[in-house]
Design a protein around this ligand. Structure first.
Ligand SMILES: [Zn+2]
Ligand SMILES: [Zn+2]
Length: 265
């Protein structure tokens, strides 16, 4: 033991007298009064850091909330040997297995006219919406656009699954989404779900279900939308769509690839 008790005074909290014991001093140091006093001294930038640290804490998942799946069809194409007609129900089941039971919207994003039309028809008939983009659009920029619309129409809670490369999940978009209170589901890309020959998509429970016609949006044509696969095919083959595509070409290409105006449609 020490010969005499040292003086236990908190100079920060001047209203406090000397503490009678070390235990009381500790209690004070971890107490609200002292901690608040400390915070007043912390520069604003540090406070903001603490705030963002709090936001990084995992969002509480609302399993009954609406779920959106955004699928990068170029990065993660339909695996060979799997029926595109089973994709929609299979993604639904994949999510149900994880506890998600809310309304589900799946959107395939990319240059859909580059996808084999049989595969495309299968995907569409399995209840997956389309977002057809110009070649020069990155998946991430289309996604960013869709997500900003989503924030207005579907404020949290909502669950978002993005099927793309893992890089997305360390991007500012992913961080922003999570800090806004959305639950971001890890991408199943690379999981057995999307691997060829895994059997995950061959399961009999994933049988084809006729669903009401999915929605298609043509981002090329200022977000023109419609329903029905035939209507989509007719649209992307139309003169209107092909002329609009020219707007996305560099000026030089545009000159040589201009659609003949006298060519009947
Ligand atoms: Zn104190
Ligand atoms: Zn179009």
């Amino acid at each position: 033991m020490y010969g005499s008790n040292p003086h236990l005074i908190c100079s920060l909290c001047d209203h406090n007298p000397e503490f009678k014991s070390f235990q009381m001093f500790l209690t004070h140091l971890y107490g609200t009064t002292h901690q608040q006093k400390l915070l007043e001294l912390v520069p604003l930038s540090n406070k903001l850091q603490r705030l963002s640290a709090a936001l990084d804490e995992p969002t509480e998942i609302n399993y009954e909330a609406v779920t959106f799946v955004f699928w990068d069809i170029k990065m993660c194409p339909v695996p060979r040997g799997c029926s595109p007609r089973r994709l929609g129900p299979c993604i639904k089941r994949f999510l149900e297995n994880q506890g998600y039971s809310g309304p589900l919207t799946i959107t395939a994003i990319g240059v859909l006219t580059d996808v084999d039309s049989d595969i495309l028809e299968g995907v569409y008939s399995s209840g997956i919406d389309f977002n057809n983009t110009p070649e020069c659009f990155e998946f991430i920029s289309t996604l960013h656009y869709l997500l900003s619309g989503l924030k207005d129409k579907n404020p949290p809670p909502a669950n978002i699954m993005v099927i793309t490369s893992d890089e997305f999940f360390s991007s500012k978009y992913a961080v922003t989404l999570q800090s806004s209170g959305y639950n971001l589901q890890p991408s199943p890309f690379g999981s057995p779900f999307f691997l060829e020959g895994s059997g995950a998509l061959e399961d009999d429970k994933c049988s084809y279900e006729t669903s009401e016609s999915a929605l298609w949006i043509c981002t090329v044509c200022d977000y023109l939308s419609g329903r029905g696969f035939e209507n989509f095919t007719t649209h992307v083959n139309s003169r209107r769509h092909n002329r609009k595509l020219l707007d996305y070409l560099p000026a030089n290409d545009r000159f040589t690839r201009e659609y003949p105006l006298n060519h009947g449609d």
